[in-house]
Design a binder for this molecule. Sequence first.
Ligand SMILES: O=C(O)CCC(=O)C(=O)O
Ligand SMILES: [Fe+2]
Length: 368
Amino acid sequence: MAPTTEISQRVEWNGRQIPVYPMQTIDFSAVLSQEPAELEKLLQCCQKEGFFYLDLNNVDGRRFLDDHQELLKTMHRFFEAPLKVKNEYGLISPHLGYEPVGSRNGVLEDTRDGYEMIKVSRDEIQRESPHIPRNIKNSADLKVLENAISGSNIMSKAILAALSTAFGLTGSARFENLHRNHRPSTSTLAMMHYIPSNPAKDGNFGHQKHTDISSLTVLFTEQWGLQIRPPGTKEFGFVEPKKGHAIINVGDSLRFASGHTFQSCIHRVVPYDYSEHRYSVAYFLRAEDDTMFQDSEGRYVTSREWHDEKFLAFLASPMDQAKFPSSLLLGGMQEDETDVYGLPKAQSVAADTARNPAVEITAVEVGA
Ligand SMILES: O=C(O)CCC(=O)C(=O)O
Ligand SMILES: [Fe+2]
């Protein structure tokens, strides 16, 4: 298979020619029927790059594309509400609740992030009376959220099973056995709204460089902005959004579970078009809370500990974030060289505290 990180396309962004990294495409129907050639290709994607497109443009996948369109409508309604209503919901636990713009570091030095986010966890949506914001809580909304969560869970579990088979795992050693549906986990659906922002003048900008805490992430986005740094490359490049396809990436836990042989994809988000509002949805399939992993420092940590520790690092100020080992934010992935086309520092950072509120966890969910 030809290496997919060969750069054949570039786009102009922020005054430079930035690569668009090609990615392999995996067919969801072929994964469902466990076709050996597709399984081998999937394994190669996870071992070499850690990301791929999932083609849902078929009889098995189209329902998930429809679900996503319904979810977008619900998201718009939620995000359009006054900040007061959204903050009333607040951040209940790291994987459930609302984070306003500016809760985390931004892409540029001295900036905060440029997105607001609402998370609904898989465990929460199954409760008799789930804790959901009041402006998206009627029975139709709950159904839309449930469909999005269950659909992404089905897609990610099908991929996980295919990977176990391709990796030669049998019985209780299979990856699915660390991700049983009835066990508590931090698996969650994160819905994001990026505000328009300009690197030359705005203090809130993009989504900081990271790897995902998850085992697998199912991402839906119709707009440009996601950038990846594939292993061995010298610079971040864009991922082209493709109609009818989800973008899947490997996260830290599956990297750990694979004996550090799968690549946890380094990525970030920048405003491709400074004047555009951008919407994306990520489902993070995470391991059962008490799953034990060995991280890249050789420490034994549970899935829940890794999640909570990394979440705190995401929220930390740049100064405090620098104190965490880089293996935490990047899941032990190495950047071969610093980004030769690193982003410039924002010229002026607007100290807009209203758009940069501190994150508060309003209540702690036990056993979520
Ligand atoms: O918005 C995106 O495209 C990606 C978001 C992301 O990387 C994340 O939520 O972990
Ligand atoms: Fe991510």
